[in-house]
Design a protein around this ligand. Sequence first.
Ligand code: FE2
Length: 270
Amino acid sequence: MLGVFGTGLIKGLYTWQVEPFWAEYVKKKMSISNLPEELVGKTLMQISDIHIGDHFNYNYIIDSFKKAQKLSPDYVAYTSDYIHYDNDNQLNQLEEVLKYAVKGKIASVGILGNHDYGRNWSDKIIAEKVSMKLSQNGINVLNNDQKEIEGLNFIGFDDYLGVNFKPQDVMQNYDKSKANIVLCHNLDVCDLDVWNGYQGWILAGHTHGGQCKPPFLNASVLPTLNKRYTQGEIDLFDGRTLYINRALGFKWQVRFNVRPEITIFTLEKA
Ligand SMILES: [Fe+2]
């Protein structure tokens, strides 16, 4: 009895106090069509779902940012959910954390997620304030917009569950001959008819990998309609490759077998 109780206690402590704060720096290659020669070997860091608020000690995010900055990424892409909104304190807390935001040597870009729209994902004022704080800290916010930065063209969708989801605004006139990368918080968008023939990478977050995953089984809790995709690199078999970052932060302070993640892609020509 004592043995079973002791093992359960250790597992519980690990799930509550260890794994949620044990970020993994995942290294991947990213092949991109039309990539300029001078960008071969450059790095793109993806950071997702930091969820700043009162639900956990966000000094962990600041510490993770300091470690990540030492990796000197060339580009940094933030795939949103910057806050976990309960009240306007989260905007001040975000401001404090963004002083340490990881910056790319060439540029940093970001999009918004559902949590950045406050309660019921519907508060445009909160979303505008989050956007402004990101911009003030050197992060280019792409709300259904695109920006080419030294040869890499970032296309950013505003969030699917928010009130400004208009991917057609940017997808109707993107240039297929550019080195494009799409940032899209919610992977359910991959199943919508909004892509206008896009081929290439889609960087997403939102699932947190399910946060807990029993060995050999699927993650049980996913905030998506499409339950097939939980984390990592997924070939969509139509020229698109989806990458789902497992998130650096979390909604509930539990993680098991789904460590938090910062991803570092090394760019290469497709
Ligand atoms: Fe999230």
